[in-house]
Design a protein around this ligand. Structure first.
Ligand SMILES: NC(=O)c1ccc[n+]([C@@H]2O[C@H](COP(=O)([O-])OP(=O)(O)OC[C@H]3O[C@@H](n4cnc5c(N)ncnc54)[C@H](OP(=O)(O)O)[C@@H]3O)[C@@H](O)[C@H]2O)c1
Length: 255
């Protein structure tokens, strides 16, 4: 994708990776709209970045997505990039689950159905643009799951699969599909401990390396920073079940 002159919608753009990307694209001269549920978080982000726009969105609600896409088309007719960054991650003990499976349903609705619904709602507008990009956000855990967060990892594996088929079906259009594959990054995705965990990649470094890849490797379909490569290519690099075992034992031991 070109890195300037776009109109970019970033879901979950008020915090973490979404905010980091929003600020980087804003600095490069794009019109950036950050979206999410918490108004205060969005306002903090836009007031720290004059000219940045915001819009409230609850990606768990199908109705809200349809209304949101209609507003976007009206207010931002030049919208040509969507970054499906909003996501939640919760631990689940599969041996002791409440009957309603509330966490599993919320994770699937937010991380998987959300991007699918928003893509469907925005596609008519994106197809009209001279060049457009849909950027999905999966995870290194799509490729080597962390046992503590089963449904989360499953949604991210599904996002990878969906990104491939979406890219294929859109091959005759001007809409590109990119998949961002973050490693473990210092954000509050799993609470405030993650934001200070020395094992996680500092957010600034992650954003800087991501923007460098977008600039220097315009043909890349997946945006892979160095840190995510062992997870992304775990299948290729040996026995994936051994890698899975070792990875999860190390995580449980706090390494
Ligand atoms: N950090 C990591 O280690 C890591 C690794 C791999 C992948 N990722 C992925 O990167 C993305 C960003 O996560 P992050 O690490 O930056 O965590 P984060 O700071 O918690 O960001 C998640 C964002 O999603 C938004 N969101 C959650 N539920 C939503 C809903 N129902 N409707 C609209 N927005 C919603 C949140 O805003 P509101 O609460 O205000 O709605 C928040 O801004 C996620 O997709 C995550 O899975 C992160």
């Amino acid at each position: 994708m070109k890195l300037t002159g776009n109109t970019i919608l970033i879901t979950g753009g008020g915090s973490g990776i979404g905010r980091g990307l929003a600020e980087a694209f804003h600095t490069l001269g794009n019109t950036v709209i950050v979206a999410g549920r918490r108004r205060q978080v969005l306002e903090e982000t836009t007031s720290a970045n004059p000219g940045m726009r915001s819009a409230q969105l609850d990606i768990e609600s199908a109705k809200s997505i349809r209304a949101f896409a209609a507003t976007m088309a009206k207010e931002y007719p030049a919208l040509n990039v969507v970054i499906h960054n909003a996501g939640i991650m919760r631990p689940e003990n599969l041996l002791e689950q409440a009957e309603e499976l509330r966490d599993a349903e919320a994770i699937i609705t937010t991380n998987l159905l959300g991007p699918i619904r928003l893509t469907a709602a925005l596609l008519p507008q994106l197809k009209k643009q001279p060049a457009a990009t849909i950027m999905t956000v999966s995870s290194g855990l799509a490729y080597l799951p962390m046992a503590l967060t089963p449904t989360y990892c499953a949604t991210k594996a599904a996002i990878h699969s969906y990104s491939m088929t979406l890219r294929y079906q859109l091959r005759g259009t001007k809409v590109d599909v990119l998949e961002l594959v973050p490693p473990y990054v210092q954000t509050e995705l799993m609470g405030s401990r993650q934001a200070n965990d020395p094992r996680a990649m500092p957010l600034k470094d992650y954003i800087a390396e991501t923007m460098k890849i977008l600039k220097e490797q315009p043909q890349a379909k997946e945006i892979l920073v160095q840190r995510v490569l062992p997870l992304r290519f775990a299948e290729k690099n040996g026995d994936v079940y051994e890698a899975f075992q070792g990875f999860n034992e190390a995580m449980a031991a706090g390494h």
